[in-house]
Design a protein around this ligand. Sequence first.
Ligand SMILES: Cc1cc2nc3c(=O)[nH]c(=O)nc-3n(C[C@H](O)[C@H](O)[C@H](O)COP(=O)(O)OP(=O)(O)OC[C@H]3O[C@@H](n4cnc5c(N)ncnc54)[C@H](O)[C@@H]3O)c2cc1C
Length: 501
Amino acid sequence: MKNAIVVGGGINGLVASNYLQKNNFNVTMIEKNSYVGGACIKDKILHNNKEIYFPKGATVLGMMQKFVFEETGLSQKIKTFYPKSPKLVYFPNYSEPTKIFQNINDLKIELKEKWGENGNIEGFRNDENKVIKYLQEIYKSGDSPNFNRAEKLLGKELTEIWIKGSAFDLLNRYFTSEKTKLYMGMTVTESGPASIFDEGSAFTIPLMDSGSIFNGYWGFVKNGIWEVTEKLFDINNNLGVKNLLSTQIDNIDKVNKKINFNGKEINYDFILFATDPKTPSLLIDDSDSLKKINKKELIGTSGKITAFFKNPVKWKKANDKEYDTSFRFVFSNSDLYDFEKSSQNTKNNISNYEPGYIQIYPEGAAQRKMGNNENLDKLILFSKNFSFNKKSKDLLNNKNEIISLLSNYIENIDDLVETKFLTPMDLNEQFYFPKGNIDHMTLTKNQNFAKRTFSNNPETKFYQYFNNEDIYYCGAGAFPCGSVAGTPGYMCSKQLIKKYL
Ligand SMILES: Cc1cc2nc3c(=O)[nH]c(=O)nc-3n(C[C@H](O)[C@H](O)[C@H](O)COP(=O)(O)OP(=O)(O)OC[C@H]3O[C@@H](n4cnc5c(N)ncnc54)[C@H](O)[C@@H]3O)c2cc1C
């Protein structure tokens, strides 16, 4: 039996361990914290002496592939829910939110009426679905992304527009209204300040919709999303994975293929790093790789506020019961140029915070819907754009600015009893994300699709770590991207199973 060492117990390390163990590898997972989960973990506050749990990092589930959810055994252990009600979009000076209907005809009517949209919404969705289908196929088969193969399967035109092209060109091709373009294109900067004018930035749009667990939509996990990593850890334990927590690796001897930690050593046939991309270079003492990584665009610009309310949130508009669990989006930008300016200003540290958009996840309402009645209601405000130079304690004014904006949309803002706030610098400290990027590395031109690799030879060894034999990387910095999905962990383990068995 081959000895596989997985370093890192986040979602990618857990998914990779699961598949490798089931395919007759002898798997040891090493995690430096005393707990698993990485950025998918819980935190708690005390309110009236009662503990209220909330998701510290990741909140919503959506990019996971349905087959991963089922094959790992997770589908047997956790309960999920995703809202079927329309998402609601607010722009300044619009009294009513715009409804993003799942039904295409309803959506066409709504966008025309509210935003004057005269473009090709149906064409956009049809073409996006073709790209998504292609992505889901390569996820499942574990085939590495490749521009030539994409052209063969999708055709030259779709590949140019959706994979190689810029988000700016893609959005202008299908839509006429700046508001539609902003809504459909916001994910381009979800993790970091990727320029919408950069080649390759279009690809993030279908990428973020390529989950299959809820057919491209996003949803919630009963109790909280940390159940995914906690339950997967239990499953892996039962499968026989040897899990070493609170374990700090001292060094790696590549010649004799040994890992040293706490005065002990273990042999490996291969090591799979499911950490941030810098950690392997530090542990194998490879300064060249570290230099190359430091030249990449790493910076993140996402902040997260968790807002706790003593009574269920009452929305001023779209307050019918059916919208309780709808995702809401509040935009401050008015067009794509304004959007780009806010994101680039924070990248260049011109300001600490530039309002862009806030994604509001109704965590508390979703918990109630799943039968989990908690003592406080919770809203998660995933907010753009914060620069990477300040901790949350230094940006309390900006947090208050966001809460004040929220108060335009909520009747009972006085019920707000507590907030928890994280900036990119906090994310770097708490989750070791290089420069605070939730995807471990910005999803930008030279770091997207087939270029989202650290391999010196991506054609044949896509997940290999530079030119290091038997050392691989499958954290959130590798294709396709981060998120509570475990897709890089799955794809890499699939390739390793082919190679070593
Ligand atoms: C604020 C925030 C909000 C987010 N929102 C969402 C969301 O709503 N939905 C979503 O899908 N995704 C979301 N994400 C992204 C998602 O959480 C991450 O992409 C995903 O959890 C990354 O998983 P991973 O396994 O690649 O890495 P990580 O979760 O970062 O895990 C890496 C693990 O490696 C360990 N490690 C590091 N160095 C070593 C070492 N030397 N030895 C041993 N172990 C080591 C770390 O302790 C950690 O446990 C969010 C992230 C953040 C921070």
